[in-house]
Design a protein around this ligand. Sequence first.
Ligand SMILES: [Zn+2]
Length: 308
Amino acid sequence: MIVGIKGTVPFILNLTKDITNHWREIFAPAAQIFLNSTVITPKGNCMKTLDWRNHHQRIDTVNGILNSEVLEDISNSKIEYCYSDDLSWLPDYFNLELFTEKFLENFKAIKCFHACSPIRIESYLSDGFTGGNHEKNIELFKNIFSDIPQYNLEQAIKEHTTREDEFYKTFFCCDSKVLINQDGNYLIYGSEFLSSLTTRLHHQKLSNENYKQRLKGLGIPTIIEANIDFSLLDNYQINSLIKNSLADWGNYHLFSTDFKPSEMSIITKQKLLPSVIVNHWHPEKIYDPYNSSWYIPEQTRCFACKEL
Ligand SMILES: [Zn+2]
């Protein structure tokens, strides 16, 4: 008997009154080949926040869903690596849709970190993540480069186009260390939009000045920690989380000597309420990828910190 996902045939039979026809279609064949004796937690109970920094949390979760026969079958198949973008290393009987449903029963939200350099962090704390706020950034851009002819500024603005569906997008990383020790540009130079306008101005070759350096120190480098509910993520993001969790699980068990947990980022495409924010802080030392050096911010406290 091939067994893949823990659960029970009795569980399926006992709950047939409660599950939808859709679930019956998935579980009926799966009950014979996939499920064993773990009690499935009803949706909404004991749901945690997925913290990607703790790879043991997701590996334990996958361990709780897939039984040992899956691991045995993978081990016997002599695969070279468990890839997240190609799950062909999993057995043919593995059901991704069923696995995804069961994985998400464990978690309500995912912990994420946003890097920025706000002049006033209060806007985040009172309004949440409101997207690019391009008008405000264009005003700021014009102020920072008020010595440059208006025509050149308008040219740089004109060259930058944003798709409408990306207007509210916010970039998060699931490990703040990446944003501080690797991709520190968001903390040091601020928003990608402002940075992009500045790059376009630089490409006009008006002088030898490195315009990007003017963006340094405008705000306070800030990491904002947020717990993002899974209902706010699109299918692409959820698929990516699931597939990377599976790959980490496989590589952790089969290639433990070289195991390196995957990195994960999240892009939300809608406004997020301030209630998603659970913390914020200001790093004291940040890696500057544009200069390949470390940057020490002048300020590491803000108004909101002082109230804490
Ligand atoms: Zn602060």
